[in-house]
Design a protein around this ligand. Structure first.
Ligand code: SAM
Ligand code: SF4
Length: 429
């Protein structure tokens, strides 16, 4: 186990992604199946893949904006897919709704308004959980009065905007530009003026060329903006490069540095969590992310490349293999291109990998997935983790310690299925 742990520690694929390779699941692939036939408790995710410019570091499926007709067609297909799903699945109880991308706010105002009407209709039509908190992603330069008005009217109370870094060299190398500080602050005020209560800002660490001084600049900006929530993303290379080396010491140093500064500024987060919140009772997550990561609530994704996960399997919509946008739209539906019925070991591994964003997972959920006592089922793994002080167990929760957080990817890798473990052992690194 020691050897496997070191192997996983040094492999750039071991983070919050799972499986490591599409081929890992080829034997579970099926043609057609309704993964959500028996499910009532759901999250919805809507993917908008358009951006003004494409950042080189970005792992997500996105396309450069071209013309409004494509955007209109895209939103029309989304509407059809969403309506079809709701018509064929009765009594849905919605836990969360996230609109992400790409950059949803980069849409032209007409398709954007249409998208907001679709979301508003969903929010009004479906039964919602009490702490339902829908959220939308965007960038500062693509929001304005008109779009903010639509966002508020549709029912969104949280908006998540990316900055990543303020280092002009790193931004330029990655084909990205941010607004100047005074304009960023002005737009935060505009968001508040429109009644949107929570602003989350994304920052990244571990970017090539990034230093602690850059993190200081990010912190100085956070201080001026005084937003409710901050999310820290560790740079991932899974889908964008064949990078072989990762430096966990360097990543840990950057996380620890920015963690301490954010706590000093009055944000709350357990060490190892990637979300920070001004409100101690708020985990800094939309209800989609909260219920998906912590409570393993199933999610249905709409749009190009969106993934869905139910209690029995997963699917990925057309586009994951980076087809052209026209190719993806030719069926007039964002069809499920890859569909997998999964055994419990795979479902468990996926749950743990997702929860590594948050640095904790629940014994009761592991038990629900496995149908067996997890502390027995993974006896050796838990012994190893406890012996090395990588985790602590607090009632139902398994929480990564500070030492454990440094190796969160390798900890997740202990719970990979046999199949995926074998694949990892065969990787070069
Ligand atoms: C789907 S992106 C959308 C955000 C928005 N379009 C923007 O650029 O601000 C959500 C977040 O993922 C993070 N992200 C993008 N590429 C990443 C990568 N390769 N590794 C880790 N995080 C990444 C960024 O922090 C980004 O804000
Ligand atoms: S980081 Fe945001 S703006 Fe940049 S390419 Fe990714 S989704 Fe688009």
């Amino acid at each position: 186990m020691e050897e496997y742990f070191v192997k996983a520690q040094n492999n750039y694929l071991c983070n919050t992604s799972y499986p490591l390779n599409k081929e890992n699941w080829s034997k579970y692939k099926i043609k057609k199946y309704d993964l959500f036939e028996d499910e009532k408790n759901l999250n919805f995710y809507i993917h908008i893949p358009f951006c003004r410019k494409l950042c080189a570091f970005c792992e997500y499926i996105k396309y450069p904006k071209t013309n409004i007709e494509i955007e209109e067609k895209y939103v029309n297909i989304l509407e059809k897919d969403i309506n079809k799903f709701i018509e064929t699945h009765a009594n849905i109880k919605l836990h969360g709704l996230d609109v992400g991308g790409g950059t949803p706010t980069a849409l032209e105002i007409k398709p954007f308004t249409h998208l907001m009407q679709i979301c508003k209709a969903l929010i009004h039509k479906l039964e919602l959980v009490e702490d339902f908190e829908p959220s939308i992603e965007g960038t500062f330069e693509t929001i304005d009065d008109n779009k903010l008005k639509e966002i508020y009217n549709a029912g969104f109370k949280r908006i998540s905007l990316g900055i990543q870094t303020m280092n002009l060299n790193i931004l330029a190398k990655n084909n990205r530009q941010n607004l100047e500080t005074k304009d960023l602050i002005q737009r935060c005020n505009l968001i508040k003026k429109h009644g949107i209560k929570k602003i989350n800002i994304d920052f990244m660490y571990g970017l090539e060329g990034q230093t602690l001084k850059d993190l200081d600049d990010a912190i100085a900006l956070v201080k001026k903006m005084n937003v409710e929530q901050i999310t820290l993303y560790e740079m991932r290379y899974n889908l964008i490069s064949k990078q072989k080396k990762i430096d966990r010491e360097f990543l840990f140093e950057q996380y620890e540095y920015i963690y301490n500064k954010l706590i000093d500024l009055g944000y709350y987060a357990r060490f190892g969590q990637n979300t920070f919140s001004k409100d101690e009772k708020d985990l800094g997550l939309s209800s989609y992310l909260r219920s998906r990561m912590i409570d393993n609530i199933s999610y249905k994704g709409f749009g190009i490349s969106a993934q869905s996960k139910s209690k029995i399997g997963m699917s990925y919509n057309i586009g994951k293999s980076r087809k052209s946008i026209n190719e993806c739209m030719k069926y007039n539906s964002f069809i499920e291109e890859d569909l997998y019925l999964l055994p419990k070991e795979e479902l468990l591994a996926k749950y743990i990998a997702i929860s590594m964003y948050f640095g904790e997972f629940k014994i009761s959920i592991m038990k629900e997935i496995l149908g067996e006592e997890p502390l027995d089922y993974y006896k050796n793994e838990f012994q190893f983790l406890l012996k090395n002080d990588y985790i602590l167990i607090n009632q139902d929760k398994i929480i990564l310690t500070k030492k454990g957080f440094k190796y969160y990817g390798a900890i997740g890798a202990l719970f990979y299925s046999k199949n995926v473990k074998t694949y990892l052992l065969g990787c070069e690194n």
